[in-house]
Design a protein around this ligand. Structure first.
Ligand SMILES: Cc1ncc(C[n+]2csc(CCOP(=O)(O)OP(=O)(O)O)c2C)c(N)n1
Length: 378
């Protein structure tokens, strides 16, 4: 029996400084010590991870091209971060919920949302673009970290109703500096909510590097202060992300509480197509991370172990090309929406201010219509 007044030790929560890695940079199985007791997924899951990453990258390239053509207003690329998004989403059960950010279009495609619906909002079309309930995917959030407390509320409520629902929250490193992130971590731990926060640490919050955001040894260490488990994983190793998130979700479902998983990765492309990254980061850094490509790493492993050959890879590429062609075709025409629709679904009952704004927009639209008719007659 102890008479100490000291609080319980934090050691069980402590993440490793070295990221958990199951496949090394060259595509070989990493030594067991690097895997921290995690086992790589079996062949079927490894193949599914690569297939989804190949499809995700092709989708991402296509979306980038559509932004260049002006068919999308903006596009935040996922290139380099596919292992995080795919590894995390493939750990979810169908009944679970996904809470993505603007960066995470590839996670939605992996979850099975129609890629055109994923891009609907970014082309200035109808609101969220997909039905969140149908896919159990929350709308992509643009305000940083607001999705985190939504996930805590949803899973806490589901648990009280007796449902076995867990949630995966995707966040960036910059989002961890927001008050909303702290509130969500705290209440998730206090309420034992079955939520896994997967931080894609791509090392930049637009132009702000990680060391200007935090003095913590790793972002995963932040978990300790809230009383939840923290895991630090190689975010370019899809096998490791999948294994760690799968275990964290299973522990959360079994009543073990939430977890914070930091996946260390890198954003290869600009923050969005309107960013100029050469103003704040070195080309050499980008090149270093380009050589750590998550797709190449898993492909090398699968080929060396005889699980994938040229024909198998060509099948993945074909699937990806077909998806891109369908997106191109279906987004060839610009959307025709009434500006009036901006005001639909903001509140169940529009406020007085919204009604005034809607009336003002209607007036401007009517004026534009009249002048178009007038010009047309000349
Ligand atoms: C609450 C809030 N503050 C500021 C912004 C402006 N903003 C947009 S993206 C961004 C950086 C986000 O970085 P990070 O969380 O690391 O995500 P990444 O874009 O790198 O995936 C900022 C500050 C915002 N969207 N929301």
């Amino acid at each position: 029996m102890t008479t100490s007044d000291a609080p319980p030790v934090a050691a069980p929560f402590l993440p490793s400084l070295e990221p958990i890695r199951l496949i090394d940079h060259e595509g070989r199985r990493a030594p067991e010590s690097a895997g921290a007791g995690f086992a790589p997924p079996g062949p079927d899951t490894l193949l599914a991870l690569l297939r989804a990453m190949v499809v995700g990258r092709r989708f991402d390239d296509q979306a980038g091209a559509l932004a260049k053509q002006g068919r999308l207003a903006v596009y935040p690329s996922s290139r380099g971060q596919e292992a995080c998004q795919v590894g995390g989403v493939l750990a979810l059960a169908e009944r679970d919920w996904l809470f993505p950010t603007y960066r995470d279009c590839v996670s939605l495609v992996t979850r099975g949302v129609d890629p055109v619906e994923v891009l609907t909002l970014l082309r200035g079309d109808w609101h969220c673009g997909y039905d969140p309930r149908a896919h159990r995917c929350a709308p992509q959030c643009t305000p940083l970290a607001t999705n985190a407390s939504h996930a805590v509320g949803l899973t806490y409520a589901a648990r009280r109703k007796g449902a076995d629902t867990a949630a995966l929250v995707l966040m960036g490193d910059g989002a961890t500096s927001e008050g909303d992130a702290h509130e969500a971590y705290n209440f998730a731990a206090v309420w034992n909510a079955p939520v896994v926060f997967l931080i894609q640490n791509n090392q930049w919050a637009i132009s702000v590097p990680l060391h200007k955001q935090t003095a913590a040894p790793t972002l995963a260490h932040k978990a300790v202060g809230y009383g939840m488990r923290g895991y630090h994983v190689d975010g370019n190793d899809a096998a490791a992300v999948n294994a760690v998130v799968s275990r964290a979700l299973a522990e959360a479902r079994a009543g073990g509480g939430p977890a914070l998983v930091e996946a260390r990765t890198y954003r290869i492309e600009p923050h969005t197509n309107s960013d100029a990254p050469q103003r704040y980061r070195e080309d050499a850094e980008v090149e270093h991370w380009r050589r750590r490509d998550p797709l190449a790493r898993l492909e090398a492993l699968l080929r060396s172990e005889g699980l994938l050959d040229d024909a198998g890879k060509a099948e993945f590429d074909d699937r990806a090309d077909r998806l891109a062609a369908s997106v191109r075709e279906r987004l060839a025409q610009p959307p025709h929406r009434s500006p009036d629709e901006l005001f639909a679904h903001v509140y169940a009952e529009p406020t007085a201010a919204l009604r005034r704004q809607r009336a003002a927009v209607r007036e401007v639209a009517a004026h534009a219509e009249r002048s178009r008719d007038g010009n047309g007659g000349r």
